[in-house]
Design a protein. Structure first.
Length: 115
């Protein structure tokens, strides 16, 4: 299993709620409508919570996307559909230079611990 992690920073002048609404209601449907979206195995978006003592969050969201292989990841992100329909939309809600990306292998250190 291959995992892609993306750190997202919203475009200047956009509130956190506007960012969240746009990403969920405009951008996400663009992605999921692509035939190549069949390569997605899991897709999770995490938004920051107020956490006293931790300061302001560095990012406005973290996206985790799982694929069966690097080839499947490439089949989605380098497809003509993604390049022409989804990628151009990023500038509408993201501060692209402030975001980050990593393609990785996930190693679980603790899982299913009961309280």
């Amino acid at each position: 299993m291959v995992k892609m992690l993306l750190t997202l920073k919203r475009r200047a002048g956009m509130s956190q709620q506007e960012f969240r609404d746009y990403r969920q209601n405009v951008h996400e449907p663009l992605l999921l409508a692509l035939p190549e979206a069949r390569y997605l195995r899991r897709f999770v978006v995490s938004y920051p919570l107020a956490a006293p003592g931790f300061g302001e969050p560095s990012y406005d969201a973290v996206v985790e996307v799982w694929f069966d292989s690097v080839e499947d990841l490439n089949a989605l992100f380098f497809s003509e559909n993604f390049q022409t329909k989804v990628d151009p939309d990023h500038a509408n809600f993201l501060d692209l230079p402030q975001g980050g990306i990593i393609i990785c292998e996930e190693v679980v250190v603790v899982a299913g611990r009961q309280a």
